[in-house]
Design a protein around this ligand. Sequence first.
Ligand code: ADP
Ligand code: MG
Length: 620
Amino acid sequence: MDIGNSTTEACVAAIDPDGTVHYLGTDLTHTTGVKGTPDNTAGALTAVRGALHRAGRRAGEVTTVLLNEATPVISGLAMETITETIITESTMIGHNPTTPGGTGLGVGTTVSIDDLAEQEPGSPVVCVVPHGWDFDDTATAVDRAVGRGVDVVAAVLAGDDAVLVTNRLTVPIPVVDEVAAVEKVPLGMLAAVEVAAPGRTIRTLSNSYGLATVFGLDPDQTRHVSPVARALTGNRSAVVVRTPSGDVTDRRIPVGELVLRGAGKSLRVDVDAGADAIMETLARVQPLDDAHGEPGTHVGGMLAQVRDTMADTMADGAADLVEVSDIAIRDVLAVDTFVPAEVRGGLAGEVALENAVALAAMVRTSRSRMQLVADLVSDGLGTATAIGGIEGEMAVSGALTTPGVDRPVAVLDLGGGSTDAALLTREGECSAVHVAGAGELVTKLIDSELALGDREVAEAVKRYPLAKVESFFHIRHEDGTVQFFDEPLPPQVFARVVVLTSDGPVPVPTRHALDHVRRVRREAKRRVFVVNAVRALRQVAPGANLRALDFVVLLGGSALDFEIPDMIADALAGSGIVCGTGNVLGTEGPRNAVASGLVRAYAADSVAAVPDAPAPGLAG
Ligand code: ADP
Ligand code: MG
């Protein structure tokens, strides 16, 4: 059996005296607890019993259970924003209510609707409507003022009534609603309100020179308001109020320095310099011995947190404590990402995309506690157990059962926490590496970039293709093709972006268009798996040269993904590599490689122990 970070896999085999292996059944289940800890026992027993059941055998028939020598690598994830958008004073920026009213641009002085009756005709007016005004009264008050010759050019509402108000006006104007903090809108100031037609985005307020034109700004002032224009890009509606001292700033948050130690050097890199700078520095200290963050900074906290959880979980159930100092960070993957965050000082819950850095860290402890798991499995099943060979070697051995694969072969095990590479040369020498970052990081990036706030939804967005439900009887797939249905689709998916799960379409709770969700999904996969595939293969390839590799077999849960294997194959095609998803035993797909490999190694050993026996064959 193979106990992984996410999945525990088992396979049952019978071995003839001549070493021929007959595979009888396989099974897999979620790993219980942290890999390499006693909590794994429950999942391990479930997987073994499942495989026995599918093989039609009883536990009493089992001679021995082989367990993987779990490389004590565990991964942790942390994310920190490195920019923050702040609005000072009362400049109000972008706001994107679902249903603004009217269309066009209105520029005028802000006047409360309470004072509209006293307003003299003359200069244009933007009417500000506080909480408590209903749509009928609002429309009547505006119409009356317009009748007296007051030039009301736009309105800003607290409630969600923009469409109801515009429908009742004699002269239609752009109306922006759902401005929660409407009482903070400064009165007597010049303001611009823009609403685009349905399906369009604003043109003037999202353009720095548009803002300069509307407010008569000089080049210096224009430079100051450019973050406003950027924050408004892509909105259907917006309000900008010009206040004498108002300002929007893009502040960079000092996240701290990452200290990377390895190859006899110790290098420092500012985390807010971004992922590329971090990865470049990392490449200069390979192999990494340990990584630290400056104490008292965000990055210090990020890494300390990873280390502490690891110390706790590794110590869980053991008499002796694992010292935090025992735990060394052996690899780091940094990824640039962004997080939609509410703007500080905003009036209507405005959201800006803040830059962030995600760090996946891989931790190696000085001890593996697999023996404890082995003893507990032994108690549970009443059989002997043995801890088998090194995971990487076993994975290669299992991968060799894929039809069409030959030595020399490299495998890429795309798991949940780490991406592992191993190479088996023609001569039978094996080397293996682990790099931080895999499926869990992809899920986390999707979750935060789409602001889903729900890991399960993010996992579904990762795993299933998207579609748009265009009517009750048809959907448009993300590749543009249309599919029709005989039965009406459930009403809750109508007009929604959905993921096509095996149980049918499930809506994605987002206001983003399908294309955006798709781009976020694919970028997250590319930034983690294409980067890591190349990084890991370089470390095992002779002379760090990818061209020296012939066959690459993709294994692990993330090799089941509907696009990750293609992305990796594309990236490797230039180096003349044959790359594809494994099909272990010709039936298991990318699953069960390590467990099958353990059986093959055991069979080879048992024959080697008997003199003059023929070389092990493979059957079943
Ligand atoms: P480990 O070896 O670390 O236990 P696995 O090989 O089981 O991990 O891989 C777990 C990862 O595979 C998770 O991130 C999970 O989201 C991903 N995964 C599993 N099935 C699929 C699938 N059908 N499509 C995409 N990703 C998948
Ligand atoms: Mg695995």
